[in-house]
Design a protein around this ligand. Structure first.
Ligand SMILES: [Zn+2]
Length: 142
């Protein structure tokens, strides 16, 4: 059975690659006020390994909603599609911010499915984003 244990040096390397922010909602460790979680892109339950290629950072919230999911339904088309992969996919190709910077809009089937499955616009985070926008800290610049 694969181990979820990620050596500290590898964790640090992945954190640097992810720029210390969640690969899905882009919240930084500074704004979260806590370290991000190491995310297994292919879940351990699906045979995913604790190797660099299978790891990225996620906030506790996105990590919790993702769970063991690797695909979800696109709400517009209805097809089940792979979730956004923050290591392989480019965020701005699949998502954009709404005009006031508080909502993540899915631009592609993969983006839309990920917004719904990971609840990227849950009410609590939208309130926080509104505060961050008013402080000039949000949305993040790519
Ligand atoms: Zn997140």
């Amino acid at each position: 059975m694969a181990s979820a244990r990620v050596p500290e040096a590898l964790r640090q390397k992945v954190a640097e690659q992810a720029r210390y922010r969640c690969g899905y909602c882009l919240r930084s460790e500074e704004l979260a006020g806590m370290p991000m979680t190491i995310e297994h892109l292919v879940p351990i339950a699906e045979g995913g390994l604790s190797v660099e290629e299978n790891l990225w950072l996620a906030c506790n919230r996105c990590n919790g909603f993702k769970g063991a999911l690797t695909s979800a339904r696109d709400p517009d088309i209805g097809d089940t599609v792979p979730l956004f992969n923050p290591r392989l996919d480019v965020w701005v190709e699949h998502f954009e911010w709404n005009s006031d910077g508080t909502l993540i809009i899915g631009k592609t089937p993969r983006g839309r499915a990920t917004v719904v499955a990971l609840q990227l616009n849950n009410p609590e985070i939208v309130v926080a984003r509104r505060l961050w926008v008013s402080a000039g800290w949000w949305p993040p610049q790519e």
